[in-house]
Design a protein around this ligand. Structure first.
Ligand code: GUN
Length: 315
């Protein structure tokens, strides 16, 4: 879950307009934070290599030609370069059989030079995604999707944490958002974002009181109106409106839906799950789309790869 990078993140008329308890809102700049973290990772990698250690190596498996997946994987390879990692991209046509893909996973599991790898999702319908995820050696599962990593995160053990929730937690920390005893509402219950995010927000040290709302929730608006922190990962463009938030709220927007935009060369723009223009004036802190959560997701994949290279969680 990454996104196209852009320097344009906010309508100038909105910057600093009254809102929130302090009278202004500030942007949580994921793009700048990710750049800082990638520079920190590169420094560490060069120290490791200078001391005779191994350069971390991430492999990415891409099946088919989905536009979004192509962009995400390209950005992951570019991030590897920025961090001083070795990277390998393995491409397959979308008529690859499940058995062939599982054989590829097996080769990567057994390749001592590859520290971690990802299989970009979604996969073609004839391939069982869960079967592929479970075939990945959990010690190389830098996406944090394998049930062993998911389970270890749930009970607070060291493990690879899914990159988007990990990146959001890092943003909250770096922007000094108070979480202890605060009410956090998460919109969406996906395995990649909503569920792991709820566990991270309630873990000891973060200490938020967490509510997860989803498409069948009947009190979603009421829950949002009480929230100190809202994490919107429901996959519906501009879902969170101004009349659903209380003044001073911190808003994290995970949405990246491509909506048609004739003005752009690409023919589309990325729209978050938050109606930014309506919500920002009420918020104390808010992430833009693009330039918020997306760059952090890739950056956390890099952190996980560095951890894999250092055998930080597993031997
Ligand atoms: N597809 C969308 N987001 C992700 C991700 O974080 N990892 C993988 N492997 N596929 C994805």
């Amino acid at each position: 879950m990454s996104e196209k990078q852009s320097s344009k993140v906010i309508a100038p008329s909105l910057i600093g307009r009254a809102g929130g308890e302090s009278g202004t809102f500030s942007l949580i700049d994921g793009k700048a934070t990710a750049a800082t973290i990638k520079a920190e990772i590169k420094e560490e990698v060069e120290r490791i290599v200078a001391a005779g250690g191994k350069r971390p190596h991430l492999a990415a498996v891409l099946v088919g030609h989905d536009g979004g997946s192509e962009t995400y994987v390209k950005n992951k390879v570019l991030a590897c370069e920025a961090c001083g990692f070795q990277s390998t991209l393995l491409r397959f046509e979308d008529d690859i059989t499940e058995a062939e893909l599982l054989a590829c996973v097996d080769r990567l599991n057994n390749d001592p030079d590859v520290d971690g790898f990802i299989v970009q999702l979604p996969l073609p319908k004839h391939i069982d995604e869960q079967k592929v995820i479970e075939a990945i050696d959990y010690r190389k599962d830098v996406d944090g999707f394998h049930p062993i990593n998911v389970g270890r995160v749930a009970i607070g053990l060291p493990a690879f944490i899914s990159a988007t929730p990990k990146g959001i937690l890092e943003l909250l920390r770096r922007y000094n958002v108070e979480t202890k005893g605060k009410k956090c509402v998460i919109l969406g219950r996906s395995n990649i974002v909503g569920k792991p995010m709820s566990q991270l927000m309630m873990q000891k040290g973060v200490d938020a009181t967490v509510t997860v709302c989803h498409s069948r929730s009947t009190t979603l608006k009421e829950e949002c109106l009480q929230a100190d922190i809202i994490i919107a990962a429901i996959g519906q463009p501009a879902f969170l409106k101004g009349d659903m938030v209380k003044p001073g709220v911190t808003v994290i927007d995970v949405g990246t839906t491509r909506v048609p935009d004739a003005i752009r060369k690409s023919g589309f723009r990325l729209q978050g799950d938050v109606d930014f223009d309506a919500v920002a004036p009420l918020a104390s802190k808010i992430t833009p789309v693009p330039g918020g959560v997306g760059p952090m997701t890739i950056c956390m994949l890099m952190q996980n790869t560095l951890a894999a290279g250092k055998h930080e969680y597993y031997d």
